[in-house]
Design a protein around this ligand. Structure first.
Ligand code: EPU
Length: 337
């Protein structure tokens, strides 16, 4: 465990932004993590997982602790279900593929989401009709100040749309070290409710899809819309889809009857921000090395040499343009540092 100084984070964030950490250390066991926290009580600390949901706009004047805890195991099973514990530093997509190879169901709709296991509860990741909260049992986390280990149950995580207790009440207080998911061993609940998945399966003449078919369909859809961070720096959806009260949405909808929306409760609708950005004429627009992706307007991209500030400026242009046209505020999903 070696602490390095003035360490480049370019390879540790999927936007591929050049920024330096004052100090950097990768930890491979919970014991190492505890030790580092104990030994650096007064240092400012910054916790880094897969770096897939952040935009670095400046150097980090802190000790960056990269959570590189690996391993996964079955901790419990019965006839129908299996409880799998994965360490926080496992790559999410590799983990999902492994569960599918074992014929364990529940995560297949979330194939190919960038990032690591440990960050999945933080923003309750989700895609194609499934969210992490649907299979999440609990996670272990270490208190940064006291080094005490705490288990958070599903209820204690207080999950919402891209929200959890880790982004709110206990923000910056804990480091998640492992997560337990409860997956099906049989009678898998195949979820093809999402139109794109149905279309992809139909294209391949698949009428009774299994876990692998759904995963393959999701992978194909994501590859066609979302850029691969290894080729084009990005952080997935940069914005959240705005949730509006129906009473606020009604007059906007009257003005723009073609606006897409989804009912999410008796009183609220969700509007696809990608649609708003596209209709505002910004899809595919490029400003220097920063831009809005050509296939999915929710995604901002780094064509190579963009700084975090340049991407942030583009995000502000997007927010202002959408607000001016539709009167709707769209919020960043990505953590801006
Ligand atoms: N749309 C457009 N133009 C665009 C993008 C989308 O008109 O450029 C329209 C689509 O036609 C569709 C609607 O917006 O009618 C929704 O689009 P899509 O199915 O692509 O999903 P999304 O709402 O844009 C969300 C998640 C994604 C997730 C997909 C699939 C958020 C912020 N994003 O995107 O998550 O993969 O649904 O479930 O909720 C991520 O969080 O990083 C992410 C990629």
């Amino acid at each position: 465990m070696e602490i390095q100084s003035n360490f480049s984070l370019k390879n540790y964030n999927t936007f591929g932004i050049e920024a330096k950490a004052k100090q950097f250390v990768a930890v491979h066991t919970v014991y190492e993590l505890k030790t580092i926290l104990e030994q650096n009580k007064t240092e400012k600390k910054f916790i880094l997982g897969g770096g897939s949901n952040m935009l670095l706009t400046k150097d980090i004047d802190a000790l960056v602790i990269h959570i590189d805890l690996k391993g996964k195991k079955i901790v419990k099973e019965d006839d129908a279900f299996v409880w799998i514990e994965s360490q926080a530093g496992e790559n999410w997509h590799q983990f999902v593929l492994w569960t599918i190879d074992q014929n364990f169901g529940g995560l297949e709709n979330m194939s190919l989401i960038p990032g690591n296991v440990g960050t999945t509860p933080v923003q309750n990741i989700g895609a194609y009709g499934t969210e992490i909260k649907d299979t999440f049992i609990s996670c272990e986390a270490i208190n940064i100040l006291t080094q005490e280990i705490k288990t958070f149950t599903n209820a204690e995580c207080d999950f919402g749309y891209r929200e959890s207790v880790f982004k709110n009440e206990v923000k910056d207080q804990y480091i998640i070290t492992s997560v337990i998911y409860k997956l099906t061993k049989r009678n898998h609940k195949i979820n093809t409710s999402y139109g794109d998945i149905q279309a992809e399966l139909a294209k391949n003449n698949i009428t009774t899809p299994g876990l692998k078919d759904v995963s393959n369909a999701v992978i194909a859809i994501r590859k066609s819309k979302l850029p691969d961070p290894a080729e084009l720096g990005n952080s997935g959806s940069f914005f959240k889809n705005p949730i509006l009260l129906k009473t606020d949405f009604e007059p906007i909808h009257q003005k723009f009857p073609e606006m897409k929306f989804f009912d999410i409760s008796a009183t609220e609708v969700k509007v696809p921000a990608g649609w708003l950005i596209e209709q505002a004429g910004l899809k595919g627009k490029r400003f220097g090395d920063a831009g809005i992706h050509k296939n999915q307007a929710l995604v901002l991209v780094n064509y190579g040499g963009a700084t975090g500030q340049e991407i942030l400026d583009v995000s502000k242009t997007v927010q202002d343009t959408v607000f001016d046209k539709f009167g709707i505020n769209i919020e960043a999903e990505v953590n801006v540092i």
